[in-house]
Design a protein around this ligand. Structure first.
Ligand code: COA
Length: 196
């Protein structure tokens, strides 16, 4: 009963109001977007975030079998950062943080507690690293193509490209290109088999 009432609240009351708030902040939000739990979604003035139709973002452990360790966090952290969540993307307790561009195309599933970041945040040069900030950090766009399934607890780093229909095993680390229609696992993730 408690879950039913809470579900009703997130879907029918919170989600429409929160979508309205996001639109007022300049974020593009599609139809039937559902937020289970209150996420953190922030965008620098000229940054851009697009959330497609039927996207479901879960920040409440009651509404996903594995639970979540944190709220969904989506941040476009520079003036020219772009984040795209295509239609029907589903994600639980993920962090998506873009300094340049992170595009996650339609029907992709991001398992519980996945972390996606397109920058190292700090310079790899030792001198002045502590205060170097983003301007000296490497930044390379990320693309996760259609119908990908990223397993729980995985990390996707700058420059990663995951091609369509592929599956990334739980707790894997993707730092390069993964072929289409394959299962890639481990640190760093490597293809172990193909999906028909
Ligand atoms: C990726 C996955 C779907 C593949 O399942 P599968 O097709 O049945 O693959 P298999 O179990 O046959 O594993 C193939 C090989 O990869 C290895 N492997 C599988 N998943 C792995 C992982 N996450 N990390 C490292 N190695 C892994 C297996 O040990 C096996 O190695 P071997 O051939 O040397 O014996 C599955 O292993 C997985 O990670 N499931 C978790 C999905 C998840 O996170 N769901 C929650 C979403 S919220």
């Amino acid at each position: 009963m408690y879950k039913k009432i809470k579900g009703f609240f997130w879907k029918k009351i919170f989600s429409p109001i929160y979508c309205w708030c996001l639109k007022r902040k300049g974020i593009v939000v599609g139809r039937q977007v559902i937020f289970f739990g209150w996420p953190i979604i922030e965008c620098k003035a000229k940054g851009q975030i697009f959330i497609g139709d039927n996207v479901v973002l879960c920040s409440d452990p009651l509404f996903t079998a594995l639970g979540v360790r944190q709220k969904v966090i989506i941040r476009a952290i520079t003036e020219d950062a772009l984040i795209v969540l295509g239609n029907n993307v589903g994600a639980s307790g993920v962090t998506i943080c873009a300094a340049k561009s992170i595009r996650i195309l339609e029907n992709t599933i991001l398992g519980a507690n996945v972390l996606i970041m397109d920058t190292d945040f700090h310079s790899i040069e030792p001198k002045g690293r502590r205060r170097s900030g983003l301007k000296n950090a490497k930044v390379i766009p990320i693309i996760i193509n259609e119908n990908v399934f990223v397993g729980a607890g995985s990390m996707v780093l700058k420059g990663a490209v995951i091609n369509k229909n592929s599956v990334i095993g739980a707790m894997s680390l993707v730092a390069s290109e993964i072929e289409a229609s394959c299962i890639a696992v481990g640190v760093p993730a490597k293809c172990v088999k193909y999906i028909n």
